[in-house]
Design a binder for this molecule. Structure first.
Ligand code: SAM
Length: 309
């Protein structure tokens, strides 16, 4: 079942926010274990259709397994094994040029964090991989072994908000000059002296998050998805995004408020900000205590919703 793969976050709040209409066409940009997709499919009617994107082979295999076990997703669903940055082209391939709603539940799934082989978590001494799409691209080890010190420092600062970024980058370069990075254990050994004892796990998690974002070009992909949403959404269509860290949230907030990821404001004659979107919830929606208790991963989740004007 999808619950074993990943517990969906803010499930009802996000699917309610899609405001599903009969015969509507929807996109779940981050299929994962299919938790949100199943809830959307329950509410789709008539000729409605859901396209579920995921770039991860394991997510696709999990989807196939559920279909084989007879617990499939039905004819109103199409899995698209691709990065969501190519959303426009793939939808065009299926004859779709406009949609009624796009949902994105960003980042990695619990399956990634719980994997003992893929290097996303500092809990297991796996190869330093961290690619969501293991079919190509650079691994975390490639990044650590090839980027210059300054670029490494920038990544830790920008994507991990680490204040000791420069010293960490320096230690990484020193270590790789002795032997190249291959495993999670080698990296945690270098990072441990930089983690404050009372908050060691949080500090370690920040460094791993920074690397993962770089390996998967997460910010670039999100920008492309958000830009594409402007031209793909029909008038009245909804953009629903769940973010897990402030960088993602800033891009989403900027796009919804101003129509661009940089937050550049264009004003009308009366000084009102012009945007292709109307904010549906002015304040972000966050999980309640009960959800956070049941699913600690949901703690940092923020839901933003906008309607295409
Ligand atoms: C937080 S999980 C989504 C969980 C899903 N909502 C559920 O209920 O099971 C994020 C998923 O999105 C996928 N993903 C992240 N970035 C992606 C991208 N740029 N393109 C396609 N899939 C992506 C990951 O592989 C992961 O499976």
């Amino acid at each position: 079942m999808a619950e074993d793969y990943h517990i969906p976050v803010l499930l009802h709040q996000s699917v309610d926010a899609l405001n599903i209409v009969a015969g509507g066409i929807y996109v779940d940009a981050t299929f994962g274990g299919g938790g949100h997709a199943r809830e959307i499919l329950k509410r789709i009617s008539g000729d409605g259709m859901l396209y579920g994107f995921d770039q991860d082979l394991e997510a696709y295999e999990h989807f196939l397994m559920e279909c084989e076990s007879g617990d499939g997703f039905g004819r109103a669903f199409q899995f698209v094994r691709s990065n969501f940055r190519f959303i426009t082209n793939f939808l065009k391939y299926y004859g779709v040029t406009a949609v009624d709603g796009i949902l994105a539940d960003l980042g990695v799934s619990s399956r990634h964090f719980d994997s003992q082989e893929r290097g996303f978590s500092f809990r297991y001494d796996a190869p330093l991989d961290m690619r969501m799409n293991s079919a190509g691209g650079q691994t975390a080890a490639d990044v650590l072994n090839s980027y210059d010190e300054r670029r490494l420092a920038d990544i830790f600062y920008l994507y991990g908000e680490m204040k000791n970024n420069r010293r960490v980058a320096e230690a990484i370069v020193k270590r790789r000059n002795l032997e190249p990075f291959q495993t999670v254990g080698q990296l945690t050994e270098v990072l441990t002296p930089f983690c404050k004892q009372q908050r060691a796990k949080k500090d370690m998690a920040k460094a791993f998050q920074a690397l993962r974002i770089e390996v998967n070009h997460e910010m670039e992909a999100l920008k492309e998805l958000l830009n594409s949403s402007v031209s793909l959404l029909k008038q009245g269509g909804r953009l629903v995004v769940i973010t897990y860290h402030s960088l993602e949230d800033r891009l989403v907030k900027n796009m919804m408020r101003t129509g661009n990821c940089e937050g550049r404001e264009e004003k009308d004659f009366y000084g009102n900000t012009l945007s292709p979107f109307l904010l549906v919830n002015r304040k972000v929606v966050t999980p309640d205590e009960e959800e956070m208790e049941k699913n600690p991963r949901s703690r940092s989740a923020k839901l933003r919703v906008a309607e295409r004007l």
